[in-house]
Design a protein around this ligand. Structure first.
Ligand code: SAH
Length: 521
């Protein structure tokens, strides 16, 4: 039989930017979302990996505490093999792939094998880290050029590679990457070749991330400063007058949530608003949704739904209590081949402006819109219009309290409850999160409902943590309201902040009041 060779895959060599996930390019993000396999290392950052599609293979080729990074030749070969297997591969690299990214070697081997590849440029740390420290690499009055230099090699090799005299005579800004370990040598060389000892210097470590730290000095002092501060890589060394602009232009570090990595545990489709608010305030959001809403699976729930959906005549009222409720209601209608016009005689009650808005999107103006987002609020709004003997369908999620049904029944109404959706713990593990918690790289954990508390603890246990409550001690905990806070305390967590109003605004306010220095360990 004739053998058809498998079609070859494609490799995208993508710049991930310096760390702030928002700094990946639109095209880079698309490559990441479409890849079957993502090959990444430490500088590319865990946050971006969340954009990989579900089920994508993620291969880490960076350094781990207990083993060396994969050799460059092995990475080159790995990319070739994956492509020959027919995969769409995204090789994610910190910063820009062409700036000390060894993209040339990867691309060369791909070309040799006739594999299609694309280079997707990124925002290099050489420019972005200084920018986030308030240092523009060029400036009308201070520098008309900049030069990006490696500091990676041993001193004799550096001497071979770098023409110190020419570099020193250039009037522009010098940016050394991979140079922290050689800082003293670099500073000495520059002075020996004629740069003034009082030339301003800045070191920006982990620029654009929650860990960003900056120190400044001069060529004469910076090595001692760095030693005193215990300053470690990765950092960009900035040499030149532009460093003086920092005093005026510093911005990123002044944002209220700067330096804080915040865990967002809400369901994926609800997380984005909170994430955006955190990022607007200068924090770094990390999403690990511990809640997923899905169609009910238990036969009893499905039966109850079928019953209700095929008997619109049996009801006078339909109560929908959330945006999710509205969405799932229409999914069920469709599944049952039903038509909303069959419910024309039923009066519809919605809770809260967002639920009302969701209904309007389907062309429905609710008859009653409860202003207060709670079961008590529904009853208050409904009560003046309801009469004993009427029948209501309470269509909600599986975790709702029975309060409204009981109250209606106490007033002589008939109320049927149906679960439009189930709240479950998603199946996907996140080893990065475990590692970040262990290394206390998560500074604030947010809980937006009681089930986010129980589910996060369950998920961490499933991922092998024996005592998740203990593991969360290294972070501060912020809850959206009292009920959530109580659940957290009952689970053995310390609660550092509780929103006064149970809204995202309230949660943000509560987070902004947290003491940045406080360590709860
Ligand atoms: N291709 C990358 C550079 C890779 S070389 C880029 O364009 O940014 C690795 C060096 O980059 C590190 O040693 C450090 O000097 C610098 N670097 C990378 N990310 C950084 C960051 N977020 N903050 C400061 N320096 C960074």
């Amino acid at each position: 039989m004739e053998q058809h060779p498998r079609p070859k895959g494609v490799v995208y060599l993508v710049g991930a930017g310096p760390g702030d996930a928002g700094l990946i390019t639109v095209k880079g993000l698309r490559c990441l979302q479409e890849a079957d396999v993502v090959v990444y290392d430490r500088l590319a950052g865990p946050r971006l990996m969340q954009y990989a599609k579900r089920g994508a293979r993620k291969i880490y080729v960076g350094k781990l505490p207990d083993r060396h990074a994969m050799k460059q030749e092995d990475i080159n070969r790995l990319l070739v093999e994956l492509a020959l297997e027919g995969h769409t591969v995204t090789r994610l690299k910190g910063g820009d792939p062409c700036v000390f990214g060894r993209v040339g070697e990867e691309a060369a081997l791909l070309a040799e094998h006739g594999i299609r590849y694309e280079i997707v440029p990124g925002v290099t740390s050489a420019v972005a880290a200084p920018a986030y420290a308030g240092i523009p690499v060029t400036h009308r009055n201070r520098a008309s050029s900049f030069c990006v230099v490696t500091g990676h090699e041993s001193p004799d090799k550096l001497d071979e590679m770098i023409e110190w005299d020419k570099l020193t005579q250039a009037t522009g800004t010098l940016l050394f990457l991979m140079g922290v370990a050689k800082l003293r040598y670099i500073a000495e060389r520059l002075m020996a070749h004629g740069r003034a000892p009082d030339t301003p210097v800045a070191l920006v470590r982990w620029g654009t991330r929650a860990e960003q730290a900056t120190i400044t000095g001069t060529l004469a002092t910076i090595a001692d400063e760095a030693e005193r501060a215990g300053f470690a890589s990765p950092a960009v060394i900035v040499v030149g007058e532009v460093v003086l602009e920092r005093e005026r232009l510093q911005w990123a570090e002044r944002r209220p949530l700067f330096g804080r990595r915040v865990l967002v545990t809400r369901a994926r489709d609800q997380a984005s608003e909170l994430t955006r608010r955190i990022e607007d305030a200068g924090g770094e959001a990390y999403e690990y949704p511990v809640i997923e809403l899905r169609m009910p699976e238990s036969p009893a729930s499905r039966e109850a739904l079928s019953q209700a959906l095929t008997r619109p005549d049996a009801y006078d009222w339909l109560v929908l209590t959330s945006v999710n409720g509205v969405r799932f209601w229409f999914r069920h209608l469709r599944e049952h081949g039903a038509d909303i016009r069959q419910w024309a005689h039923v009066r519809i009650v919605s809770v809260g402006p967002k639920t009302t808005e969701a209904l309007r999107e389907y062309g429905i103006q609710p008859d009653i819109a409860a202003a207060q987002f709670s079961q008590e609020g529904v009853w208050e709004a409904l009560r003046p219009h309801a009469a004993a003997g009427q029948r209501a369908l309470l269509a909600r999620g599986d975790l709702s309290r029975p309060w409204l049904r009981k109250t209606m029944e106490a007033h002589g109404l008939h109320a049927d409850e149906v679960d439009l959706y189930e709240t479950v713990l998603p199946e996907e593990d996140d080893p990065e999160l475990v590692e970040m918690l262990e290394q206390q790289m998560i500074h604030i954990v947010t809980f937006t409902s009681s089930s986010t508390v129980t589910n996060l603890l369950a998920a961490l246990r499933r991922m092998g943590m024996d005592d998740p409550a203990q593991a969360l001690r290294g972070a501060q905990i912020a809850c959206i309201g009292e009920i959530t806070a109580r659940t957290a305390r009952e689970a053995g967590l310390h609660v550092d902040a509780t929103a006064a109003s149970s809204t995202i605004d309230g949660l943000m306010e509560a987070m902004l009041e947290l003491d940045k220095e406080k360590k709860t360990v």
